[in-house]
Structures are given as C-alpha cells and as structure tokens.
Design a protein around this ligand. Structure first.
Ligand SMILES: [Zn+2]
Length: 349
C-alpha cells in the first residue's frame, strides 16, 4: 500500500496516499511530518517524524491547539488562514506553500501541503533545510518546547534526548531477562527478529532526521560508505556495540556486517547459541531502507557461541531460504554460508 520512506516525485499532483485512510502505525514510518487538525485547530493526529523534527512528544501534543499553543509561528494569514480557508470551503483541493518554522533550537524551511480530508485538515510537512535560529525581529514566536508542555518530567522519572524523544536506560539484566524468558517460553527466533525489524523501521525515521541535520540529505542520496559510517555511529553512540560493514562480498550478492560487543551476545557471559535476532531484525530494516529494497539479515556467527564478534549476512529477500538451508546444513563461517547458498542458487552441489 505504502512505500515507507520514499519521497514522492517532486511536485507530484497525484497524491496517491490519503492520509486519513492510513493507520497511526503507517503514518509513523513516513519520513515526513503529518499533522491532522480539527476545525477548532486542535491536533488530532501527529506522526513520529513530526514529533522528532519538532522535538516534542506527541502524547503531549495531541488534543492541544496547534496555532495557539504548539506552533505559534504558524498563527499567520499565510498558514492558519489557509487551513481555515480549507475548513470554510473558501479553498479547495490541496494548498501548497513554503514556510519557515521557528523553534528555539533552530529554524526549519518546510514545504507544506494542506488538504481537507473528512473532518480534518491534513498537513504534510517536508523539511527542506534545517537552519540556526533566526534573529529576533525576523523570527516569529517560536514553537513550544517539550519542557513547556511537561515541565515536571525529570521528577516524574522521564528522561529525554536532545531531540525531545524519551530515552530509557536498560542495563544488561533487561537483556538477560529477555533472553531467559524467550528461551523458557520457546519464543521463535523469527518473532524476536520481527520485533527488531519493527524497532528498525521506526528508528529509520530518526536516522533520516539525523541525516538531514548532518548532511542536508536523505540517506539514500549519500555514498554507500558514508551512509554505512553514519549508521555505525548511530549504533555505537547508543551503546549497541561497534558495527562495521564488509563490502568485499558484493560480487556474491551479499554484504557482511560485523558487530562487536553486542549487548545481546554479552549478557550472562556464557554460551547460549545465537542471541542477536533482535539486532538482526533492526539491521534488516535499516539495510532495506538504505538499499531501497527488501533484504534479509541472518546471523552466521554470534559472539555468544564463543569468538570475538557477531557476523551477519545481508542478502536479497529471495535468497534467505538458501542462507537458512546453509546454516541448517552446518555451514559455520560466513564464507561457507555464502558459498553453499550460492552453489544452491545455481543448482550445483
Ligand atoms: Zn550475536
């Protein structure tokens, strides 16, 4: 139905997506902001990308007055006036205009599309450039900050990162518990992998926001090596270990990922077999996003089995059964897995 995180063609007049027909989960994997306002100007829907770029927690945004409370800089004839025009029927179809959002942390050049869909006006917000704060006199009243919406959060045990998003410290006992309970309950590896993949799909929104801030570019337009380093930094800075990309196997249709100090592999300090399914799923989503196609990621060796590092193989989705068969057949090194699966693909033995 929707292609997550693909930019629509520039100046598209087709608008193939009706945002009011998308679920909240579907809105959350879009790379651009989506805001639904009711006739009173209250926020009714607010997706993850918008929350990330505005550095707000949407739980505190939904239900608030957009023009009067959340985004004071939009209380202008050019912005609020057009939204009102759509509600009142003075304007029809899609209103498109460029705008500059002012926040205390910076200004954002955005392209807006506004459309009446049912009881709401849907705003699509595409960031074009992220800028330093504008000078007083030029800047409009800044958008609200998370600490204004929820000033007592530190006392309430809520921590936030620099982008206003909630962070939770999880020590090794959490991972220990997850692995113990999964093993005891017989949770299939695929379920843990799928859990990681959902985590990865949502994290891609944050990665793209970070990339826009750092490179003024979407990840796909960066050279592969730059994008790979960027993802490695993201993983490392969050304490998930050191991720490196081995592109030496691309002629065999595979990329090899090496993960050192995986938190899943280190817990307990004893062998448990392969334990990094969640990471594999996360990396599947991120790699599929970078490559703009469906990929599979399988852990071939895990530090939890002994050894220094985890190795994961990334291949096209169609090849996953061959990789799984090679692993089930006892192939234990990355080179072996790639060779066996490649011979199987060609029909050799
Ligand atoms: Zn591992």
């Amino acid at each position: 139905l929707i292609q997550p995180l693909t930019s629509p063609p520039p100046d598209s007049t087709l608008r193939p997506i009706r945002f009011d027909q998308l679920s909240d989960d579907e809105l959350d994997i879009l790379p651009h902001g989506v805001i639904a306002l009711d006739r009173e100007g209250r926020v009714r829907r607010y997706n993850l990308a918008e929350a990330r770029f505005a550095r707000l927690d949407r739980a505190h945004v939904v239900g608030q007055e957009f023009f009067a409370r959340i985004a004071l800089c939009t209380a202008t004839p050019e912005f609020e006036g057009q939204v009102q025009g759509l509600f009142q029927g003075r304007l029809e179809g899609v209103a498109r205009f460029d705008y500059i959002f002012d926040f205390r942390f910076g200004a954002q050049e955005v392209a807006i599309e506004a459309e009446r869909l049912g009881e709401h006006v849907y705003l699509t917000v595409r960031r074009k450039r992220l800028l330093p704060p504008r000078t007083p006199g030029v800047a409009r009243a800044p958008g609200v900050a998370q600490r204004d919406l929820a000033p007592d959060e530190p006392q309430a045990g809520v921590l936030r990162d620099g982008a206003g998003q909630r962070v939770i410290h999880l020590g090794p006992p959490f991972f220990e518990g997850l692995l113990q309970a999964s093993a005891r309950a017989g949770v299939p590896h695929d379920l843990l992998e799928e859990c990681g993949a959902a985590w990865g799909r949502l994290s891609v929104v944050e990665l793209e926001a970070d990339a826009l801030e750092r490179f003024e570019s979407v990840l796909r337009d960066l050279p592969m090596v730059t994008a790979a380093e960027f993802v490695s930094d993201y993983v490392r800075q969050r304490g998930w270990g050191r991720l490196s990309f081995d592109f030496a196997h691309t002629n065999k249709g595979a990329v090899v990922l090496v993960l050192e100090r995986s938190p899943f592999a280190e817990v307990g300090g004893r062998p448990r077999g392969k334990t990094c399914d969640v990471m594999a799923g996360f990396l599947r989503s991120v790699m599929s996003h970078l490559a703009h196609k469906k990929l599979s990621v399988r852990e071939v060796r895990c530090a939890s089995e002994g050894g220094e590092r985890c190795e994961l193989v990334v291949v096209g989705e169609a090849r996953r059964p061959l990789i799984d068969a090679a692993l089930a057949g006892g192939a234990s090194t990355t080179a072996e897995v790639l060779d066996v699966s490649r011979r199987a693909a060609r029909g050799d033995r």
